[in-house]
Design a protein. Structure first.
Length: 572
């Protein structure tokens, strides 16, 4: 039956169902005024109401059907439902067309009280609207299936057609030909190219990609998404569309569109669903044209706290102890892409309050943190880590974060700050936690300064997380389990399903080791003990290595032995 108008509002319904208090509602309404989002989205985002509770309460009070899960949200396959209204409209308002019968269109909505949207659907479909209630996340999942992002990308490429081919088909080597800047701008601002870039970015966000690689080859263009640390190819555009696509991205990023022979950096933001996502863009000239990499910084999907990162009780205690000291040096180690910056931000969030002056110097500033003074280095004008840190110490900071210690000058200033009453947080590229000590010494820092300043050393890696919907149990030989110190009746391996795009893995988790620098270790450093000797003492003092942490994650069914072995070195 078409939906009847209700005299209730969403807040009143939740209060009637005792899922919300008046005080909580007022806080949510204030937040809604600031962000302009749907009240239901705000309530869920603030953690005041669960999505399923919100949907159930709305359905109950309004006398509507409730679709409990995606299995109850299967659109009819032969009615061309995706043509009724645009996917952008469907995503923005969280509405999914399910079936059409006579003059009635059945749709699933996350907010059945949104009468303006219902009226718009009636206008577009010329049908009466029959509403059932579902959660926003379930609707968005089924919209992906109905509209198909891969299909949309292919359609956008096809829509670009041959319109640019005549002017750009010979543009395979930028050293042999230059297309005029005005021509490139005109082509980049054509509707099909705008749509192609938009869908390229949106699909990457939906696929949980961290990076988009757009690569010119001799006879083709490649597009790859990095998902959970692995690069996967997606449908590429024809080679003759590469220049307009790159030009469009450069325009969005504030780059010089005419400069094709030097690397450039830029950035832009996109609004996606209910959040703003930053994209950091880098171009690099190659022999076949400009390669572009877009780093996707989706802060809305990252919880900046130690528990959500995956630290267990013992390591969490060590971590909080090291970060809670009033002064000294905290160093996080690991290769590029191991999550060091996220852990640093989690540490700043742990320390952040109005009584502390927290300052950071970064390259680049990846996430903007409320209440923190953040500085972007600019080497071209002399603002380096070292010069910026030196100036920062004149700003009366309590806590200083240095994105990375790259040279002796930065290391010396950071250590001097740590010894003069400041808590200094930074990163280094070493294989493990103990390795940070000889790394600082080989940079040229005196051993007595290293041991006097160090509070906490932390090393980490990221491993792919098993898809919890399709992982398969299996038994492992006792000999192998004993070798890796695993104690579990069953382990799990990757299989693959539609929830994880048939990869078997979905998301990543951190494995880590934390070391409070003890007096014993300090004495060994001053005596000139080898790294191996220091590691042995650290192990006796109870350090849990990255591999051991990883094997605990294997026992819990979160990852696989193969993933842990690939991410860690043999320790001790």
């Amino acid at each position: 039956m078409p939906m009847k108008k209700s005299r209730f509002r969403i807040g009143e319904i939740l209060i009637n169902e005792k899922l919300l208090t008046n005080e909580q509602l007022q806080k949510a309404l204030e937040e809604q005024k600031r962000g302009g989002q749907h009240l239901g989205v705000v309530l869920v985002k603030m953690g005041l109401v669960k999505e399923t509770d919100l949907a159930t309460a709305l359905a109950k009070q309004l006398g509507l059907l409730y679709a409990n899960g995606v299995d109850f949200l299967i659109p009819a396959t032969d009615q061309k439902l995706e043509k009724i209204f645009p996917v952008e409209f469907a995503r923005e308002h969280a509405v999914l067309p399910l079936s059409k019968s006579d003059n009635i269109l059945r749709v699933a909505m996350a907010d059945p009280l949104d009468l303006v949207t219902i009226d718009s659907i009636q206008q577009m479909s010329r049908c009466e609207v029959d509403v059932i209630v579902a959660t926003r996340s379930d609707i968005l999942k089924q919209l992906d299936a109905l509209y198909g992002e891969n299909t949309l990308l292919k359609e956008a490429i096809a829509a670009s057609g041959d319109r640019f081919e005549k002017t750009l088909e010979h543009e395979t080597d930028l050293d042999t030909k230059d297309i005029g800047t005005e021509t490139l701008i005109a082509k980049a601002e054509e509707a099909p190219i705008i749509r192609l870039v938009d869908i390229l970015v949106r699909q990457a966000i939906d696929d949980r990609a961290s990076d988009i690689h757009i690569e010119p080859m001799k006879d083709k263009a490649n597009i790859r998404y990095r998902i959970d640390g692995i690069l996967y190819e997606v449908s590429p555009p024809p080679k003759h569309l590469l220049l307009p696509v790159v030009s469009r991205i450069k325009i969005l990023s504030g780059m010089d569109i005419a400069e094709k022979r030097l690397p450039q950096d830029g950035a832009f933001s996109v609004k996606y669903e209910d959040r703003v996502i930053d994209l950091r863009v880098s171009t690099m000239p190659t022999i076949y044209g400009e390669k572009v990499v877009l780093r996707i910084l989706d802060k809305g999907k990252i919880e900046l706290n130690f528990r959500s990162i995956g630290f267990e009780a013992k390591q969490l205690e060590t971590l909080e102890s090291g970060f809670s000291r009033p002064y000294g040096l905290v160093i996080i180690t690991g290769p590029t892409g191991s999550g060091k910056t996220t852990t640093l931000y989690a540490g700043i969030s742990f320390l952040n309050n109005s009584k502390k002056n927290i300052m950071t110097i970064e390259d680049p500033v990846e996430y903007k943190l409320t209440g923190v003074n953040q500085v972007q280095i600019r080497p071209e004008i002399g603002l380096t880590f070292a010069s910026g840190l030196r100036a920062m110490l004149r700003q009366d900071p309590d806590i200083v974060m240095v994105g990375e210690i790259r040279d002796l000058e930065t290391a010396q200033i950071a250590i001097r700050a740590a010894l003069t009453g400041h808590l200094v947080l930074s990163t280094l590229h070493t294989n493990d936690a103990v390795g940070a000590i000889p790394r600082l010494i080989t940079m040229g820092v005196e051993p007595y300064l290293v041991v006097s300043s160090l509070n906490l050393l932390l090393a980490q890696r990221l491993t792919r997380k098993l898809c919890q919907m399709c992982k398969e149990p299996y038994e492992l030989e006792k000999e192998v389990m004993s070798r890796y110190g695993i104690h579990a009746d069953l382990l799990y391996k990757a299989k693959g399903c539609d929830k994880c795009s048939f990869l078997g893995y979905k998301g990543r988790i951190a494995i880590y080791e934390t070391l409070l620098v003890s007096d014993t270790i300090k004495q060994m450093v001053l005596k000139g003990s080898s790294v191996e000797e220091i590691r042995q003492i650290a192990h006796k003092e109870g350090i849990v290595t990255m591999r051991e942490t990883g094997m605990r994650k294997v026992e819990q069914g979160l990852t696989t032995i193969e993933e842990v072995l690939q991410a860690t070195i043999e320790e001790f």
